[in-house]
Design a protein around this ligand. Structure first.
Ligand SMILES: Cc1cc2nc3c(=O)[nH]c(=O)nc-3n(C[C@H](O)[C@H](O)[C@H](O)COP(=O)(O)OP(=O)(O)OC[C@H]3O[C@@H](n4cnc5c(N)ncnc54)[C@H](O)[C@@H]3O)c2cc1C
Length: 469
């Protein structure tokens, strides 16, 4: 045996023994390619990401996470983090890496007396919504029940009540963070305030959050549902002008797409291009109808299906998105779109490669806009509009290429109106787009905090902010 081979054998033996030591120390499970549940554990929501990590640590405690970070650090192995598994860029499962999988840490403890919730980082939006609703409380999280609170919150969290209660991060009181050194610290306005600023929008760059503490709002039922309007330039313009200026109680997500075969859609309209406006109003029906009047005046609705419901029922509107699928996404913030851009979107929708692909519009403003762009690492507070081109395909055997090409074509028409991008809707789009998510000032400040907490860029499988020199 050569010296090199002897060295390799010794290293392999050492790694195997280190791995066994790690396994013994864990409360949770350590999976390798030989484990029965390895294949299920490596799945992400988007089936395009078919990755084979070296090991998956299904953490049960913050100590498990810390031990895994120290293990990866000592062996200089790449480390990725999986929460709810909805990464649009596929960052949470990496070939050959050690993956810290938080999906078994889903506990939610609500304290109704303080109107707060301690939420383990693997919880989904549905987990939190259900636990909070039992006390007539809620947090505004994303539009889809299965999205992880972890990734969602770290990027900002644009939810069903964003105009009333701001982003998820605007309601974050503190977090338990495992740092790159494997220490467990608390980040809040009083402790590690720089870290607390950075994790509110800066993504997974600064550590692994094991628990979030949120302030909840008193939300029992909401007046919500879908208003399906004809897909015309006037209707779209009317929506994008009204949605950011409506009363704060009204948050709307509009999807320009073929009307889905939902039970409330008349058969003759199914498959016809329409603006499906999903509505969440935090008030009673009378006030809701008043707030919706300008929208209903845009055109005679094809469907008007709005009623009082418990807040978690709002997720039924997006139940299809909660199923695994393939997606190609380009997102932007904007202040306006020209008539000709709207016309081009309408034309492109006729060429969509899948019946569930869409261009999505969300009105921002309200409480979202009243937080200073310096207060957190979410920089785009002044942007009234969220626009996303989303090609979706449901057959894993489909060739992604035509869907991606369609997204690119629509994006080419829209890009001149882009004014920043939401970090949580970025694919792997390069350094310039990543910087657009923050703007120069916030990006530089994030790089400085990164230098303090993760100088070797251990946490790099994310929309990466490299440490300042
Ligand atoms: C169908 C769908 C609907 C969506 N709707 C919305 C929406 O309405 N509003 C919105 O704001 N966003 C929305 N998103 C985007 C979503 O917020 C991001 O994709 C988010 O990153 C998903 O979080 P996750 O924990 O599920 O994902 P994961 O894939 O598990 O994690 C994504 C990344 O986040 C980081 N991360 C996750 N958890 C932790 C942690 N505890 N500590 C450190 N880093 C961590 C890691 O870098 C990881 O790679 C949607 C996405 C999808 C696919």
């Amino acid at each position: 045996m050569t010296t090199t081979n002897t060295q390799q054998t010794t290293n392999t033996q050492q790694t195997t023994s280190d791995l066994e030591t790690l396994r013994q120390s864990l409360t949770g499970e350590l999976l390798t390619g030989l484990s029965e549940s390895y294949d299920a554990a490596r799945q992400l929501h988007d089936f395009v990401w078919d990755r084979y990590p070296a090991i998956i640590v299904q953490a049960a405690t913050a100590e498990d996470v810390a031990a895994t970070v120290r293990f990866a650090r000592t062996l200089e192995r790449p480390l990725a983090v999986r929460g709810g598994g909805h990464s649009i860029a596929g960052h949470s499962m990496v070939d050959g890496a050690i993956v810290v999988d938080l999906s078994n840490m889903r506990g939610v403890t609500v304290d109704p007396s303080t109107r707060t919730a301690a939420v383990q980082a693997g919880a989904t939006s549905a987990d939190l919504a259900g636990a909070a609703a039992a006390h007539g409380l809620a947090l505004s999280t994303g539009d889809t029940s299965t999205v992880g609170i972890g990734g969602l919150t770290l990027g900002g969290g644009i939810g069903w009540m964003v105009r009333k209660y701001g982003l998820a991060i605007d309601n974050l009181l503190g977090a338990t963070v495992v740092t790159a050194d494997g220490d467990i610290v608390r980040a809040s306005a009083e402790e590690h305030a720089d870290l607390f600023w950075a994790i509110r929008g800066g993504g997974g760059n600064f550590g692994i959050i094991t628990e979030f503490e949120f302030r909840l709002a008193e939300v029992g039922s909401v007046y919500g549902g879908a208003l399906v309007l004809p897909a015309t330039r006037e209707v779209i313009r009317g929506f994008i002008e009204y949605a950011p200026k409506a009363p704060d109680d009204l948050t709307m997500i509009a999807m320009l797409m073929p009307a889905p075969p939902a039970p409330f859609v008349p058969e003759a309209s199914v498959g016809q291009l329409a603006l499906v406006v999903c509505v969440c109003f935090t008030g009673d029906a009378a006030a809701g109808d008043e707030a919706l009047a300008p929208l209903r005046a845009l055109a005679t609705p094809i469907v008007d299906f709005i009623g009082t419901m418990p807040y978690p029922a709002i997720y039924e509107l997006t139940s299809e998105a909660a199923k695994r699928h393939g997606a190609s996404v380009r997102q932007m913030f904007a202040t306006d779109l020209s008539d000709s851009a709207i016309d081009k979107i309408l034309e492109q929708m006729q060429e969509a490669t899948s019946p569930v692909s869409m261009v999505q519009f969300r009105g921002l403003g309200g409480a979202f806009a009243r937080v200073s762009s310096k207060a957190t690492a979410f920089a785009h507070r002044d942007k009234p509009l969220f626009v996303a081109v989303i090609a979706i395909w449901t057959d894993p055997d489909d060739d992604p290429a035509p869907h991606r090409a369609w997204t690119e074509r629509v994006w080419t028409d829209l890009e001149p109106f882009a004014s920043g991008v939401y970090v949580n809707f970025l694919e792997n789009e390069g350094d310039a787009r990543r910087r657009e998510a923050y703007g120069a000032v916030t990006f530089a400040r994030l790089a400085e905090v990164k230098r303090r907490y993760d100088p070797t860029n251990m946490f790099r499988f994310n929309q990466n902010v490299r440490p300042a020199r």
